[in-house]
Design a protein around this ligand. Structure first.
Ligand code: ZN
Length: 165
């Protein structure tokens, strides 16, 4: 078994759409909706320090998934002051180790998309042990297709991650 799309074959390739330039403003950038992270319209942090906050997802299918946000509103890694860029590596390692400690996790994937909001945040998604079809870029697709688990279960798993930080 190798990585596989969570859809039955055959899928039909299609052409990309017309490019949208300028792109629509994202949350938290000029002309866009307010930043949800700065505005507090997000799940409460299960862990935090002077630089970072760690949050559970809502409407997800993989308990143990969390997202880490900078306290400062910057768009991406390149916008962070250098000490915070370095500190991200330290904290990301702690988050990865904490998620792995939950057990039944093969690997922890990190995703920094940045297409929805302009406030730096990174997803940490556990690939379930043995779920090799969800390897690599397939994991977020499987995460989307699998049935959601209750938000309370996602929050409880995130609390266990926080406790292991
Ligand atoms: Zn923000």
């Amino acid at each position: 078994m190798t990585m596989t799309l969570p859809y039955a074959e055959p899928l039909v390739p299609r052409e990309p759409g017309e490019r949208v330039i300028p792109e629509p403003p994202r949350r938290g950038e000029p002309g866009g909706p307010p930043c949800g992270i700065c505005g507090g319209g997000i799940t409460g942090a299960v862990w935090s320090d002077d630089n970072w906050t760690l949050h559970p997802p809502v409407g997800g299918s993989l308990p143990g998934a969390v997202w880490l946000a900078s306290r400062v509103h910057v768009d991406s890694l390149s916008g962070l002051p250098e000490p915070l860029q370095a500190d991200f590596g330290r904290v990301a390692a702690r988050v990865e180790r904490a998620i792995l400690s939950l057990g039944d996790v093969a690997r922890v994937h990190l995703y920094r998309w940045g297409d929805g909001g302009a406030h730096f945040h990174v997803w940490f998604i556990p690939r379930p042990l043995g779920m090799v079809e969800a390897s690599g870029m397939m994991l977020p697709l499987w995460e989307d297709v699998l049935p959601n688990v209750p938000d309370e279960e996602l929050a409880a798993a995130a609390e266990r991650v926080a406790a292991a930080m």
